[in-house]
Design a binder for this molecule. Structure first.
Ligand code: SF4
Length: 458
């Protein structure tokens, strides 16, 4: 068994057995469900809005080679600089060049999963640069030395009491401080960091080709501060975040808010058209957009997997997934967890090491049902399994197992060759350490279906 799979199995078993973990996740997801139920009411025809999303993203992704070039040309005209990064190493090298050129010692960051994907904080800290996460959830997980637990709510696995305890240890706040008091402490600490940082780093929710702009959506205003004070702004964005024009943004902003947090619209929605213009009083003097590929072209090349690139990272499929609710975000061992993470991670990080994630699904289809872009997530999980088999990555044991199973199933003589009692004993033995390890013992009828049929109609 590969190490990644062994770690996944151990971690997920531990989490699934933790009642405390389950209680916290159920509580937080139940709050999410309640707000989403209200949020979706803003749509007269939700199904039509979801269909439209899929069509918009389909068009943008099918034309990706042209839409990205259009963005580059328009963003450059706006005074910005575009950097193409084929993988994590190239993105990090380019960021390092900018950090060195600016002699930056302090960087503020707003929430961004693409920078998690390239492990940017770790890289910058190794260079001797201080990095401060400014989103409250990210700030909490950074203090804990953890990775984000969820793509929208990074500290979903922490209760208010957990955060109170953490702030008490780190900043000496009272253990019974209210949520408002804790937020104010974080705000006070971070205000200083914005003022002193040389560079602000963000992700981006959408890349807008026709206008040469990027869109960022957030609830805390920290992305605005991250981009308003420092003289340099770097945005690291996956190439699949492309849309054609501002009309598409008018469609996606409320949709992302509704499915991400249940809001009608997120509190702060900002469009960045390059660096500050001569008549503007604030904003960065220089702005870079790093267009990150890192495996996305691999998905684009596989026509049957392509729709996974339509994802707008709302997190709805994670919240709806019974597997995610039990094993939690960290067990996946990847930046993107939950159903969509299980679809894309094997392509971003290696099919061999991460193919097991496609099997960590009940295939109930809940993820597909909630996705605002109508991605057939559960079908893509099946297709990933097929890709893994076609790539010759199934273990020998499985290959022979399937071979003999197929041979037997196609022949009534072979099925009947072994008496039912021996077959049942064999099944129990095979599943002893897997299926029945945490489940009730398998129970078989005394006679097989075939034997019962013969008895009835002899
Ligand atoms: S796959 Fe769909 S539901 Fe899941 S995060 Fe992406 S857009 Fe949201």
């Amino acid at each position: 068994m590969l190490e990644t799979q062994a770690i996944f199995l151990t971690d997920s078993q531990q989490k699934a057995e933790s009642i405390e973990h389950r209680d916290k996740i159920r509580f937080n997801i139940s709050k999410y469900d309640q707000t989403v139920d209200k949020g979706v009411k803003q749509y007269a025809n939700l199904n039509l809005a979801r269909e439209r999303s899929k069509i918009i993203k389909w068009r943008a992704i099918e034309d990706l080679d042209q839409t990205l070039i259009r963005f580059e040309s328009n963003f450059t005209k706006n005074g910005g600089k575009v950097i193409w990064a084929k993988d994590k190493d190239e993105a990090l090298r380019e960021i390092q060049k900018i950090v060195k050129a600016k002699k930056a010692k302090s960087i503020v960051k707003s929430k961004s999963m693409t920078t998690e994907e390239i492990e940017l904080n770790h890289y910058l800290e190794k260079m001797g640069t201080e990095v401060f996460e400014t989103d409250l959830g990210e700030f909490i997980v950074q203090l804990l030395g953890e990775k984000p637990y969820h793509i929208v709510t990074p500290a979903m696995h922490k209760s208010k009491d957990d955060v109170g305890k953490l702030f008490n240890e780190r900043f000496g706040t009272p253990l019974n401080a209210s949520a408002e008091e804790l937020t104010l402490i974080a705000r006070d600490i971070l205000r200083d960091k914005y003022l002193n940082a040389e560079i602000g780093i963000t992700g981006g929710n959408f890349i807008i080709a026709d206008e040469g702009a990027i869109a960022i959506t957030e609830n805390e205003g920290n992305a605005r501060l991250t981009t308003a004070y420092p003289k340099t702004h770097i945005a690291v964005i996956g190439i699949e975040k492309i849309v054609s024009n501002l009309k598409d943004i008018a469609h996606f902003w409320p949709l992302l808010a509704t499915f991400g947090t249940g809001q009608k619209i997120t509190a702060y929605n900002t469009l960045f058209f390059g660096p500050k213009k001569p008549d503007e009083i604030d904003g960065p003097e220089e702005m870079y957009v790093i267009l990150l590929d890192n495996g996305r072209s691999d998905l684009l090349a596989k026509a049957d997997m392509r729709e996974s690139l339509y994802c707008i990272r709302c997190g709805a499929c994670l919240n709806a997934c019974p597997v995610y609710q039990n094993i939690g975000g960290h067990s996946y061992g990847t930046t993107y967890s939950g159903p969509i993470g299980s679809v894309i991670s094997p392509h971003y990080k290696g099919m061999e090491e991460f193919k097991h994630l496609s099997f960590a699904s009940s295939l109930c289809g809940n993820c597909t049902q909630v996705c605002p872009v109508k991605i057939n997530i559960h079908e893509l999980l099946m297709k990933n399994r097929k890709h893994a088999v076609n790539d010759g990555l199934s273990p020998m044991q499985e290959k022979w197992g399937i071979y003999f199973w197929k041979k037997t199933m196609l022949s009534r003589k072979l099925i009947n060759l072994i008496p039912s009692k021996i077959k049942q004993f064999g099944f129990k033995l095979i599943f002893k350490n897997t299926w029945t390890k945490n489940r009730a013992e398998l129970k078989f009828p005394k006679k097989s279906f075939n034997e019962q049929w013969k008895d009835r109609f002899k």
